[in-house]
Design a protein around this ligand. Sequence first.
Ligand code: CAA
Length: 400
Amino acid sequence: MDFSLTDKEQKLWERAKKFSLEHISPKASALEKRREFPKEIVQKAYEEGLMNLHIPEEAGGPGLSLLSETFVSEATGYGCAGIATSIMCNNLAFAPLVIGATIEQLKTYVKPLITGKEAKFGAFCLTERKAGSDAAAVATRAERDGDEYVITGTKCFATNGPQAELFTVFASTQPELKHKGLSVFMVPKSKNVKIGHIENKMGQLNSVQSEVIFEGARVPQECLVGKEGEGFKIAMQTLDMTRAGIAAIATGVAQRALDEAAKFANIRQQFGRPIGKFQGIGFKLADMGARTDAARHLTRYAAWLADQGMRNSKESSFAKFFASDAAMKNATQAVQIMGGYGYLEEYPVEKLMRDAKLLQIYEGTNEVQRLVASNAILKESVNLDTGFHVDYEGRDAPKM
Ligand code: CAA
């Protein structure tokens, strides 16, 4: 087993960390007061080649691995989870297309967005007011009219919605079939695509989520991704890929909370010594470090599995819930270790705590992750041989 990175991976990791320390960390707190899309930083990240990493080379992208993407997500997440979300959100928007679209479709609809001078955006439109965890309950309709589909419905929580030029929309082509009637479409911005309510959040204020309203938006037949009825499967495959990315942002937050708390614990003197020398604080730091490393390993393993073409639903759910719980726990501990300073807006850790909370919620709540993981575990256990053979439903006690 080799934990080392290739030269190319190491360079990307170093470049992303440098970018984050120079352009994200110093500006994140001031920027979040504006509650705006961090346009300039995202543009810089685009120019640095830190966006759209998984788009295949034939479609104008760098065609990098999911593992490589986790380096950029972690490094940018270390600087600010909201800015990382703004930078990395094209991964979510375009993943269904990388999975289900043809190279021709990618060339026509995605390439122009990722090869120009200006950063351009897509938005992933699955969630609706009444279809959150129950993704199959989507009410948005796509009706065939000649050579076109007409899309009608309202999506919510669409990251980069107001910035997007292309919407990846999950809509029902046959509602009576429930999840088997869902299909996915590429919908370019048009006068029939309107931006509705922009959400006011507790944290991750450097990212923007909005409603997107499709008022009979017409798209040609070629905008259908895959076949009719494949939308739910593509959505699930997408989330298997992108949850590792959220886990990576969370690992960045967990690491940042540890680093800020450790720095403080070294400097802050009480009762004649640095507070880190008290076991009550030192042991907290040890647990925070172990959680961060475990989160990073789960994340990279989940991404690596996908890169090998192996199904990683269980592992990406493990990574997502473990890493985001680690981020939340570490941020809360950092606030506690830093005491009054931890609670003040002038210091970085109260923001980490607000930002971490969303990591436990978006791209599938951590309860959904545990559902996916427990279903996989139960399925695997059906034919599992533990060496202890007993009929649990029989009346006789096992023979020892
Ligand atoms: N890969 C391939 N196929 C899959 C799959 C996967 N990972 N997961 C499920 N499927 C298939 C199943 O095999 C099954 O196929 P058949 O019908 O052919 O047998 C079908 O999909 C239905 O599967 P389930 O019965 O498991 O589906 P379910 O409805 O019980 O629940 C769920 C699935 C895990 C709860 C799912 O609905 C889910 O992940 N919900 C959360 C959605 C989510 O993450 N939303 C957030 C989106 S991000 C967003 O909106 C923006 C933002 O956060 C900011």
